[in-house]
Write a protein that binds this ligand. Structure first.
Ligand SMILES: [Zn+2]
Length: 272
């Protein structure tokens, strides 16, 4: 939706929301959802880049949203709270200092200043209480370290079966859903994807497209659910070509999809 500008008042009423990527650490993206005045931050692992971005864009922080407890996602919360008294949404299943709006599957995170309501999915696997936020109107997904562009998070606390179920929820979102994941791991993920599914033309094409973005120092994130379903091996572990690669590498004996997923994740852990 375009911005509405009321010239008679000399004020601008921006009815659309934007998402700004704020790089942090080596390869994290912190996400600022804003309307030109107010902002909500997703996974502020570090407060300083967020404070700098708010300042640079003249934005007021009105909410903090957390997907899971890891420090590179939640480490900036206390410092931000010293500057802004705002609600902190986060997973009910994890103990994170500062969270005062614990969320479970089906709950909603409402940010009235932005006219934004996000719905919550529980997506355990990377951590046991990990949640994801979906903006149903905008077709945005903030999925932390569960689904990555071309890959998925490591299983630190959950089981392969949990991660399979979590990724299935995300893969069923509309194809044009923008996937705002938390790291720039894409090229490394796609190198692995090509090793396990070399005959996938959509994957070959994607590698060229994403490499061109990196060559221009642009983020490859967000991707889309449609692109992930077409190229991400962790959503495609039932594909005969991927199962054949697992067998050929001696990494899979059973004919079980969850075992295939687990073997794929294990292979990626050790892939150079
Ligand atoms: Zn994490």
């Amino acid at each position: 939706m375009p911005a509405l500008i009321d010239k008679s008042l000399g004020q601008s009423f921006n009815t659309s929301l934007n998402v700004l990527a704020v790089p942090a650490f080596n390869d994290n993206y912190l996400w600022l959802i804003h309307d030109g005045v107010h902002a909500a931050v997703v996974d502020p692992g570090d407060a300083q880049p967020i404070l700098a971005a708010l300042d640079a864009h003249g934005l007021i922080l009105v909410a903090i949203l957390l997907t899971h407890h890891h420090a590179d996602h939640a480490g900036g919360v206390q410092t931000l709270l010293q500057h802004f008294k705002v609600p902190v949404f986060g997973p009910a299943g994890e103990a994170i200092a500062g969270v005062d709006r614990p969320l479970r599957e089906g709950d909603r995170a409402s940010i009235p200043q932005l006219g934004l309501t996000l719905s919550v999915l529980e997506v355990p696997g990377h951590t046991s209480g990990h949640i994801a936020y979906v903006a149903p109107e905008q077709h945005w997904l903030f999925c932390g370290d569960t689904l990555f562009a071309g890959g998925c998070g490591r299983l630190f606390e959950g089981t392969p079966q949990q991660m399979v179920n979590s990724l299935a929820k995300l893969s069923q979102l509309p194809d044009d859903t923008l996937v705002y994941c938390a790291h720039e791991y894409t090229m490394s993920n796609l190198r692995f994807a090509l090793a396990v599914e070399p005959g996938n033309p959509a994957l070959v094409e994607r590698i060229a497209t994403e490499q061109a973005k990196r060559d221009r120092q642009q983020p490859t994130v967000p991707s889309t659910i449609g692109l992930e379903n077409a190229t991400n091996p962790f959503l495609r572990y039932r594909e005969p070509a991927i199962v054949a690669s697992l067998h050929a590498a001696g990494r899979l004996q059973q004919a079980d999809p969850v075992a295939a997923f687990a073997a794929l994740r294990e292979w990626k852990n050790n892939f150079k």
